[in-house]
Write a protein that binds this ligand. Sequence first.
Ligand SMILES: [Ca+2]
Ligand SMILES: [Ca+2]
Length: 327
Amino acid sequence: MAIPRRAPATLALLLALIPSRARGQEGDVLGVHDPCIAKERTWYYLFVSFDQCCRGVESTYRTFAGRSLQVTGPYLDRGQRSMRDGEATLVLKGYGNFRGPGGASVLLEGERSWIVHHEYDVLANGAPRLQVRPLVFAADGWPLAGEPLSAPPAEVVPAPVAGNWGHSVDFGAESQITLLSSGKINQAGSQDTWSLQGSTLTLKWPRPDAPGGAWVDSCVLSGDGRSYVGRNQLDTIIRGSKLRSAFVRGDSNGDGAVDLSDAILSLLVLYGGRKTACLDSLDANDDGRVNIADPAFTLLFLFRSGPPLPPPFPGAAFDSMSDSPGC
Ligand SMILES: [Ca+2]
Ligand SMILES: [Ca+2]
């Protein structure tokens, strides 16, 4: 390919955008890669990858963003610091069994947005993987990456927020917390509280050493109610995943047996506005979705000698399938 003698305008723009330094661990050969720009409402968002990719599980790649009202910049982070000074707001870094998420591209399609990136699988000797995650914009307008999709978005009823969650700070190890239906966290007399307004889930943790006397996690709850992601006052990313419980497939009302009342309850959840704590139990045909086919499957089994419900059935157990809607 011929190389033009003069830098085209787009190249000049990119050169102006590239930070003069990048973050990283001591000893790293630092880099900033894979920029992409997306416009959401009035803001242009510049996504970049910092540090090192392509080292398998040793990769230190992380995904950051800044934003500007002009496509030409200047792009600033959440603290109004310039990306040209190497500053940016963290969107995603490695956690769990994956390392080095970067090389991101973004698709904005109206109500829903997506971020696609590569990373490295610890359980597969650092093999590269591609993941697609919901990209959500918090109430403050800053982007957050949700949990990776493992199946097409299912026709599910959102799970209730109350229940047991794996709660993570700064992509660290998950600790179990319980969001009680009273709005307290972990126990009835606790000072720690949660509240939900629209899709904004706020967790408050009064602590003497916290800014303003309490840590405030402002999070976005996923559409299926199975995860949340947000930031606290210091921009630390907060994540949560709903913990699963043992269940009997088809046992919608949780009484341990599958009968006509379960198929009726499934219909009420699907079409009558009823809530359930265990969507997995409603997924009678185990296809990862909850819809009219499920009570039909149960009724065929009960009254028309249809095939038995897939495990866990008739005894209670966990569903190991990652595409299950959740319990
Ligand atoms: Ca039942
Ligand atoms: Ca199903």
